[in-house]
Design a protein around this ligand. Structure first.
Ligand code: PSV
Ligand code: MN
Ligand code: MN
Length: 386
């Protein structure tokens, strides 16, 4: 295979998972804006996700959030997805919207509350069995607001115990992905604040527990690509929650604020073998002021562009420059790839797959936005950012 053919093959096989909650109405803590044509049911969210896949050819799976996407029959929901060329992706648990979880969920001081949280996580694994989902994605809002509020050490023990119970319930081929976030909603001590804490728990659990890197969950200036390289080196990178941020957990379109950072991350993914290693490339975004489906299409394209640039890095030239200590040349090799306009290449890749080379235009021309705006009245809130 020529080098160009290998790059094209890698781009064709890359899949980006879109989140069900990105299709619903969302906002900030100040205001949820409603948009015309927004889905009213989990099924309609899948109908919209199918459009993203139809025009990009690169978004075949959809993550669910429980209980936001509660249905009576999950196997039927999986069939609804399959009928539209999709499969159901990660099941995201939610232990942060119940009064009982005021002081935490799996780290709560009371055993009965911890049990309730663990029962929810086990129910999520039941859902995975019905949907055929591979990944259980865990993000805990647990933490404390004041020094002395609870015992930090003991909260880690409670967390480890809960994770071990759920890990033991995973079926063949299922994984547990543990997400970290440095602050919010807790402000003094978050129980899973960083990749190191998540990594330590995953290491203790076993090979099917891996870390999720949400790109919005770091302090400003954090070198996220270093974290990616470190986790990949130990086969502990389960996936990404992609989004972009200017300040904190902004949940804006991936690659919008800092496309160079996304390129640096994708370079480490390519370098570490993450493109073929089961790493899940998920979006975790909300589109509060922009039209949702085109924003998700744009996000998928942004991931593809960063990946294409990362694949174009001349690894031999880079290694030679690095070995000879040629700092400027090494940097130039990387920047050459970053500064390449990969849009014509991606247009070609799409056309070779029988797709329109311009996914944004193709979606606009499809009339889906007008059709859903006329047909759907009373769209569902995403559940997040309310
Ligand atoms: C938390 O901020 C988070 O990033 C977690 O991934 C959640 O699952 C997601 O937001 C949606 O609540
Ligand atoms: Mn996330
Ligand atoms: Mn987040």
């Amino acid at each position: 295979m020529t080098e160009l053919a290998a790059v094209k093959a890698a781009l064709t096989s890359q899949a980006v998972e879109t989140p069900s909650w990105a299709y619903g109405n969302s906002g900030t803590r100040f205001k949820v804006f409603t948009q015309p044509g927004v889905p009213r049911t989990p099924q309609e969210k899948l109908d919209d996700a199918a459009k993203v896949h139809e025009f990009t050819g690169a978004a075949p799976t959809v993550a669910l959030h429980i209980p936001w996407d509660t249905v009576d029959d999950y196997a039927a929901l999986a069939r609804h997805a399959r009928d539209r060329g999709l499969t159901l992706g990660a099941i995201n648990s939610n232990t942060f919207q119940d009064d009982d979880f005021r002081l935490g969920s799996v780290c709560h001081p009371e055993p009965a509350v911890r049990r309730k949280a663990v029962d929810h996580l086990l129910a999520c694994v039941d859902i995975m069995d019905a949907t055929g989902s591979r990944d259980l994605k865990l993000w805990f809002a647990d933490g404390t607001n004041y020094p002395g509020q609870d015992d930090i050490h003991e909260r880690q023990d409670r967390l480890a115990e809960a994770l071990a119970t759920v890990y033991g319930r995973l079926g063949e081929g299922q994984r547990m992905l543990l997400e970290y976030k440095f602050f919010e909603p807790a402000f003094y001590a978050t129980d899973v604040p960083d990749w190191g804490t998540a990594y330590a728990h995953c290491l203790e659990l076993g090979p099917r527990a891996q870390v999720v890197v949400d790109t919005g969950h770091h302090a400003p200036g954090t070198n996220i690509e270093f974290i990616v390289a470190t986790l990949l080196r130990r086969s502990k990178l389960g996936g990404f929650d992609f989004n972009s941020r200017f300040y904190a957990d902004d949940d804006l379109m991936v690659g919008a604020a800092d496309p160079f950072q996304l390129f640096r991350i994708m370079y480490e993914v390519v370098r570490g073998g993450g493109l073929t290693d089961g790493v899940a490339f998920m979006l975790d975004q909300c589109h509060n002021i922009e039209a949702k489906i085109p924003a998700i299409i744009r996000s998928v394209m942004n991931v593809q562009e960063a990946t294409a640039k990362a694949l174009l890095v001349d690894r031999h030239a880079l290694a030679a420059a690095q070995r000879s200590g040629d700092v400027l040349e090494a940097n130039a090799v990387l920047m050459d790839a970053y500064n390449t306009d990969v849009r014509p290449l991606l247009t070609e890749v799409r056309e070779e797959q029988g797709l329109d080379g311009d996914p944004m235009g193709a979606y606009r021309r499809s009339g889906w936005a007008e059709k859903t705006a006329a047909e759907r009245v009373g769209g569902q809130q995403a559940g997040w950012g309310a």
